[in-house]
Design a protein. Sequence first.
Length: 122
Amino acid sequence: MPGLEGASFPKPIKCFSDSRMSTQRFASFHDFYPHYLREHSSRASRRLHVIGTAFAIVLLIAALVTRRWSLLWGVPLAGYAFAWLGHFVFEKNRPATFRHPLYSLRGDFTMLRDVLTGRIRW
């Protein structure tokens, strides 16, 4: 670009950490879940995940009961919006959804259950 010759620009800020989870393979959900929990060590992130997962469930039930099928668009949006906010703002890591989508989805529901039953601190 004209006028920018020799200009020095700051290095980009690393937004999230590289996680071993992104390259690791898991034989079962049982093997995956401890890694999932480590990626959700922030209480704020866990809370956002629980809120998003619960909201997605409520939207799904509302769509089925009222037969307002347009509500179904909100199910993944609610779940992912809250969860990804937790990862990018509080955890500073990449969501497991990108490399382990099914285990990650199951992890969201398992973590919701564990929070509701008191196994994991809210």
